[in-house]
Design a protein around this ligand. Sequence first.
Ligand code: TYD
Length: 139
Amino acid sequence: MELKDNTVFDCSVIDMAKIHSDSGNITVMENGNNIPFEVKRVYYLYDVPSGEVRGGHAHYELQQYIIAASGSYDVVLNDGVNTRRISLNRPNLGLHIVPGLWRELVNFSSGAICLVLASEKYNENDYIRNYNTFLKLKK
Ligand code: TYD
């Protein structure tokens, strides 16, 4: 399988609309509307102990759209040349992660919830979990 030659600059942070009222806010994610792919899977990461690092892998094909549904964390993206650190700290910010990038999720606040919308069902064969393998495939 070929690893896509995307760079960290192909990822975008999207400021999603809020339906505001005095009793609270709603933000909507809808296939064919404000999500850059068809969503096939949704999962969320929670109860991450302070100081823990998640991610630490790349994907061949998977696209993800991730949100800090509660709390905050930072996403460190790496394309083998450039790194980019994005802080997700508001529930209406979405980060679109394109395939072919190494990513780590760090600096989780207490109670943080990382909500992930994914373009494919879970497939372990889509992962590259070794950083040196990733660097070789990016060359
Ligand atoms: P992983 O994607 O490595 O987690 P993270 O990037 O958040 O650190 O997945 C951790 C474990 O969970 C791994 O054994 C695979 C399993 N898993 C599933 O079975 N299904 C899924 O949809 C996901 C995302 C993970």
